[in-house]
Design a protein around this ligand. Structure first.
Ligand code: CTP
Ligand code: MG
Length: 577
């Protein structure tokens, strides 16, 4: 999974990767050459007092050193460029995919983990690519080349290489094996922290209102402690790792000096060879260490790669039809034909056998107790969910055979939970129609009864809106959402309890103004207050997902016991007031 991902996303950067390989190769070979030049200077130049030789070899050495540094820099530069580009593309891939998700697909994962996957997980993969590009070429060459060069300097000290390299390998390997499961669990704990934090920030008002801070603090505390514990365990292993590596390096140095020193004493080896041998050994050990470090990153990054891949592999459950149909007319006729719908994973349907028609110029109202399925019913027209049985038709064509762009062109939904995006009022209003003129915005606001409060704001249309629209009142948020829908000038308006946060007088004014604008459009209103819907052409009484009664206000008052109940309950409330 990780490999497929990397291969797919690094393909456009092949030239960079080739550059990295070439530069790394050059810099490694140069690095391997340096100690042997150094040895030549000491053994052949200094010991013979040959200044000429020292100068000549010295300048070669300087040149090699410059090449080594230059190519190393270039290698790291292109490596970083590639890794960052891969990270950027992966993030973009996850983002694009998630935007194409239906509500069902998002629920399958949950928002927090989608966020972690698009950020932290991508970063882990990006890190591996970076390390991989920086060390992939250098490490094996350094290791093998170092051994060859060391043996060339002095073959009888070679046993030091055969002892120290495996010891280092075993020690670092042991620590890495212990670290791997910890890293894996760390990723889960980060998910958990994100989930808890997100929920608490979004629900902060509720937490305050119910004085749940201590409980929530505890809940976060537990998640936080979990993460801390894992991090501490990782830290403890790292604390062991560095002294262990240091000790192996120092012991190896001491051993080289001790045994090499004896050979120098007895004249079997020259001082320059000894220093070169020592440098090679250290280079080899460093390479082994880097290699093991990298090996350590692979499991963690591959867990992350799998998690990212899971998201990228999802085939969105709702997508545009392959051969979309185009309705003959753009009128806005809505027809539900024997619609039965159940939420994914639910056993019982929330809507059963719902049929009705709403024509242009008509207002159809839906009323029913909470949980009756009103919101679910509206969600089927813009195809937020696919239905199990029956058909939802728009201008005579089933919505599943329409391009979703075609649907949004005709249908505007004002959702029950009005949502605004961070930005300005203007930016939110233009959401459905970017080219709308200022006059159009003000007109829509006027109809939605939001003109006054926007005018009162210091910056007017440019007033800031916080994420989710939390810095305006519930009623203001509703009015802005209504205005946003009006601006698109759709054929079909869906108002889901969109007047609930308005006082009765504003509600009446808004509906009077709406009536003119929506005169030729199809309007479907979900409402709680009977007064909102008395003049509707058709009222559907929804109970438990079924339409139990239908008719006008007057008809229902006579025939529908359920409707009468609702009316009575509201009358008594009004009388009490
Ligand atoms: N439901 C669900 N999953 C969702 C939304 C709703 O399972 N994502 C179920 C709930 O159990 C609910 C039923 O669908 O009982 C109907 O929900 P909804 O259509 O939202 O009810 P409304 O009639 O809109 O209720 P309200 O008046 O409270 O808005
Ligand atoms: Mg609802």
């Amino acid at each position: 999974m990780l490999l497929t991902l990397i291969r797919r996303y690094s393909k456009p950067y092949m030239p960079y990767i080739v550059a990295v390989v070439v530069f790394q190769l050059a810099s490694t070979i140069a690095a391997l050459y340096l100690p042997s030049l150094n040895a030549q200077i000491i053994d052949e130049g200094v010991s013979r007092g040959d200044t000429d030789f020292i100068w000549r070899t010295g300048s070669v050495m300087l040149l090699v050193a410059i090449v080594q540094v230059g190519t190393a820099i270039a290698g790291v530069y292109y490596g970083s460029k590639t890794a960052m580009a891969v990270g950027r593309d992966l993030r973009r891939g996850v983002f694009r995919k998630v935007t194409s998700f239906s509500a069902k697909d998002v629920n399958r994962f949950g928002a927090p983990t989608l966020i972690t996957r698009g950020t932290n997980d991508v970063q882990q993969v990006q890190m591996l690519v970076l390390m991989g590009l920086n060390f992939m070429v250098a490490t094996p060459i350094m290791c093998i080349g170092g051994i060859i060069m060391a043996l060339r300097e002095d073959i009888s000290l070679s046993w030091l290489v055969w002892v120290s390299v495996p010891v280092l390998f075993v020690v670092v390997g042991y620590l890495v094996v212990r670290l791997m499961p910890l890293f894996r669990s760390m990723q889960k704990k980060i998910d958990r922290i994100n989930a808890v934090l997100r929920e608490q920030i979004i629900g902060i008002r509720v937490v305050r209102a119910f004085v749940r801070e201590p409980y929530e603090t505890d809940r976060f505390g537990v998640a936080n402690k979990d993460l801390t514990d894992v991090s501490l365990k990782i830290g403890a292993l790292f604390v062991l790792m560095f002294p262990a590596i240091g000790m192996i390096l120092h012991l190896s140095t001491a051993a080289v000096l001790w045994f090499g020193g004896q050979r120098v004493d007895s004249g079997e080896m020259q001082v320059g060879s000894l220093t070169a041998f020592l440098q090679y050994l250290l280079q080899i050990l460093m390479a082994v260490m880097m290699g093991t470090f990298m090996a350590m990153m692979i499991p963690r990054a591959s867990v992350c790669g799998d998690r990212i891949g899971e998201v990228l592999d999802v085939e969105p459950s709702i997508h545009d039809p392959e051969r979309p149909e185009t309705p003959a007319t753009v009128a806005g006729v809505v027809e539900y034909r024997n619609v039965t719908f159940a939420y994914p994973g639910a056993e019982t349907p929330v809507l059963s056998n719902v049929s009705f028609t709403a024509r242009p110029g008509e207002t159809v109202a839906i009323i029913g107790s909470t949980g009756a399925g009103k919101t679910s019913l509206l969600a089927l027209l813009p195809r937020l969910y696919d239905i199990a049985e029956g058909e939802v038709l728009l201008d005579g064509v089933s919505v599943s055979n329409l391009d979703r762009a075609e649907i949004t062109k005709r249908v505007a939904l004002v959702p029950q939970r009005p949502y605004l995006f961070s930005g300005t009022i203007e930016h939110n209003l233009r959401f459905g129609k970017t080219e709308a003129t200022d006059q159009e915005l003000w007109d829509a606001l006027q109809i939605a009864q939001g003109g006054d409060f926007v005018r009162e704001k210091k910056n007017g249309l440019n007033a800031r809106i916080a994420q989710g629209g939390t810095n305006v009142s519930g009623g203001q948020r509703q009015r802005l959402c209504i205005a946003r829908a009006l601006i698109t000038k759709p054929k079909v308006y869906l108002f889901d309890d969109s007047f609930s946060a308005l006082d009765v007088a504003t509600d009446a004014r808004l509906r009077a103004a709406l009536k003119q604008t929506t005169a030729d459009a199809t309007v479907i209103i979900v409402a709680q207050r009977i007064s909102t819907i008395t003049d509707a052409d058709q009222i559907l009484v929804l109970d438990n997902g079924r339409i139990v009664d239908r008719g006008t206000h007057e008809e229902l008052l006579e025939t529908s016991p359920t409707y009468q109940e609702i009316v009575e309950s509201q009358l008594s409330v009004e009388e009490m007031a």
